[in-house]
Write a protein that binds this ligand. Structure first.
Ligand SMILES: [Zn+2]
Length: 81
């Protein structure tokens, strides 16, 4: 079901297949090619209930995930004020 507009900034919504971050029981996974509503202004993502269920099933089968990605982790203090 299409959200009318973004809850945060009232931007317009677009349906896209994208990379999403999904948090489930204290763990975070990233899932590619997920169809979600995305705010075209702030980028907030909205999952349909059906899609959310699907992501939960994926998160529960974590041992089947074969690839990992990593990100640089910086601290805000690394630049002197
Ligand atoms: Zn927004």
């Amino acid at each position: 079901m299409k959200p009318d507009k973004c809850e945060f900034c009232e931007g317009g919504m677009e349906y896209r297949n994208t990379l999403v971050r999904f948090r489930y029981k204290g763990q975070t996974i990233y899932v590619e090619h997920v169809p979600v509503w995305v705010c075209n202004h702030c980028g907030e993502q909205y999952f349909d209930a059906k899609i959310y269920k699907h992501l939960e099933i994926i998160a529960r089968q974590k041992e089947r995930i074969q690839r990992e990605i990593s990100f640089p982790l910086a601290t805000f203090e690394m630049v002197a004020a």
